[in-house]
Design a protein around this ligand. Structure first.
Ligand SMILES: C[S@@+](CC[C@H](N)C(=O)[O-])C[C@H]1O[C@@H](n2cnc3c(N)ncnc32)[C@H](O)[C@@H]1O
Length: 255
């Protein structure tokens, strides 16, 4: 099953129905941009069921949300029978966004690791598209899984009852079966892993923070800042190689 098919399935769509709160780094970033939002056109890529719509759409001049999963868009439209003409939602793939003109958006968000469900080559295409449709000097925010966290995936938490513990053991051995041992990834900059999320239904891109910064710089993004999932605080550039506690990290950069 492809990632796109998985995101279209009822299981994954339903998993997001009760997600409403912002993650800590999203709160930090909202605090940084809040005063400017009322003048901005925002594109929210991979909106899923609109967790971020709740927080951002009321604050911006124009809000466009997109997702490549028909299941997500259909359910989103049931949850938000929108009447505000400044809020639009449509089916669209972040890899090819020819429906949007160049330099249109002031602020582009790809939250909760949406960018991690495409191949490396497609990721580069999606980032180039963000660069094209974003205004020069505008902002791009996204999160991505941290390859330096991988050792922590391979832990068995034996508590909370027999059923939970049995699943943890199954998960541990399935992780080894799907991905090999974690040591395999130490010398890599990025890798695609099946990390067990949503019962092993997704292949997910993981990247080392320093390599992510380099990837963005190579594509022309500037003033890149990183924010920790655990604390919401900024991660110092000098300490990127030691950043292993966050399963994913938020990036804020200038287009
Ligand atoms: C983890 S969910 C996050 C949903 C929502 N943004 C949130 O923060 O709650 C990732 C979303 O990204 C979408 N997605 C993944 N790849 C995409 C692509 N190439 N184009 C558009 N949407 C994509 C998925 O369909 C899914 O809805």
């Amino acid at each position: 099953m492809s990632n796109k098919d998985s995101w279209n399935s009822a299981d994954l769509v339903n998993a997001y129905v009760n997600e409403h709160a912002l993650q800590k780094p999203e709160e930090t970033i909202l605090g940084i941009v809040k005063d400017k939002l009322n003048n901005w056109r925002m594109l929210d890529l991979g909106i899923g069921l609109g967790r971020t719509t709740l927080h951002f759409a009321p604050l911006v001049k124009e809000y466009v949300g997109t997702d490549y999963s028909f299941g997500m868009i259909k359910t989103y439209q049931k949850l938000f029978p929108e009447t505000n003409p400044n809020v639009q939602v449509r089916l669209s793939d972040a890899r090819m966004m020819q429906e949007f003109e160049s330099g249109y958006f002031d602020f582009i968000l790809f939250s909760f690791n949406g960018i991690d469900y495409i191949s490396h080559e497609d990721r580069i295409d999606a980032l180039k598209e963000v660069k094209r449709i974003g205004k020069k000097g505008g902002l791009f925010v996204f999160s991505t899984h941290n390859l330096q966290y991988v050792d922590n995936l391979y832990t068995i938490k034996l508590h909370n009852g027999l059923r939970y513990s049995a699943y943890q053991c199954y998960r541990y051995f399935r992780l080894i079966y799907e991905n090999g041992f974690p040591g395999k990834y130490r010398d890599k900059d990025f890798a695609i892993l099946n990390d067990g999320a949503h019962h092993f239904k997704l292949n997910t891109y993981y990247i080392k923070p320093a390599a992510q910064v380099e990837q963005l710089e190579r594509l022309g993004f500037k003033n890149i800042r990183l924010f920790s999932l655990k604390t919401g605080g900024e991660v110092e550039k000098a300490r990127l190689n030691g950043a292993g506690k966050d399963s994913w990290i938020y990036y804020l950069c200038e287009i």
